[in-house]
Unconditional design. Structure first.
Length: 257
């Protein structure tokens, strides 16, 4: 009886070690697959600010596709110091909602709407955006309460690009900072972006030391595709009840325009 018990010990330990090794291997493979998918195909982001209202609200959880514009070092988490340039790079289109690394600090990730391509001349006059001398048509849709600032009334404006692409912006009225600008000539290899919440967005209208400035092509992370889930005002990680009480099912699975 004693000999039998003695013999079972090493075998049991070996079996346990093998089971632990198999578990670690499975977890490692799963993490590797998740990392590859995150780098090559899709990446989730949470919206922390109101600069892209009404398209995106604070607390929206969005999915960004990586393959639309090709890949650069900023497609990889933590932006490792790899050579400049994009692999299989493809240019974005005016009107795309793009995610990018902030030029002055690549640790920060921003999301805005792309307004100007390299070589474009962009200007804002009286709140109306013009690209290459052609104003983007604006249609007032009426007043609404700003979802990010209860009690604040803003005007919804539908903007229609020459190619027929439409989206909605917020306007707080005339005479605001950024409503009247100089003519910006977008340099080669860079882009001009603006937030849809026009009077509550630091974007390419301001130099990179203050706002965004021109966005280098390498800094593009991907194209925002759709809202997967949403929590009104955001959920608190250490307050799990907010995951339920603030959940907004009406915004789930909405495609971005």
């Amino acid at each position: 009886m004693t000999a039998s018990t003695h013999d079972a010990g090493p075998a049991a330990a070996k079996s346990l070690a093998a089971e632990v090794a198999d578990t670690l291997k499975t977890v490692g493979v799963a993490l590797l697959i998740a990392l590859v998918l995150r780098v090559i195909l899709f990446q989730p982001y949470t919206i922390p600010t109101a600069s892209m209202e009404p398209a995106l609200l604070t607390g929206d959880y969005i999915i960004v596709s990586k393959f639309d514009y090709g890949w650069s070092r900023h497609s990889i988490p933590f932006s490792p110091p790899l050579p400049a340039g994009r692999v299989m790079g493809k240019p974005p289109q005016r009107g795309d909602v793009v995610v990018f690394k902030l030029p002055r600090d690549v640790r920060e990730t921003y999301i805005k709407r792309l307004i100007g391509l390299p070589g474009d001349r962009v200007q804002v006059v009286g709140g109306t955006v013009s690209v290459n001398g052609v104003p983007i048509a604006r249609t007032p849709l009426g007043p609404v309460e700003d979802p990010g600032e209860p009690g604040l009334t803003v005007t919804r404006e539908q903007e229609t690009k020459p190619n027929g692409h439409t989206y909605t912006t917020f306007d707080r009225g005339p005479g605001r900072a950024g409503d009247d600008t100089e003519v910006y000539v977008v340099p080669e290899g860079r882009y001009f972006v603006m937030g849809d919440n026009r009077d509550n967005s630091l974007d390419s209208r301001w130099p990179s030391e203050v706002g965004v400035g021109f966005v280098p092509a390498d800094n593009l992370v991907g194209k925002a595709r759709f809202i997967l889930l949403s929590w009104r005002g955001g959920a608190e990680i250490f307050q799990p009840w907010t995951w339920v009480t603030r959940f907004d099912p009406d915004r789930a699975f909405q495609a971005l325009r």
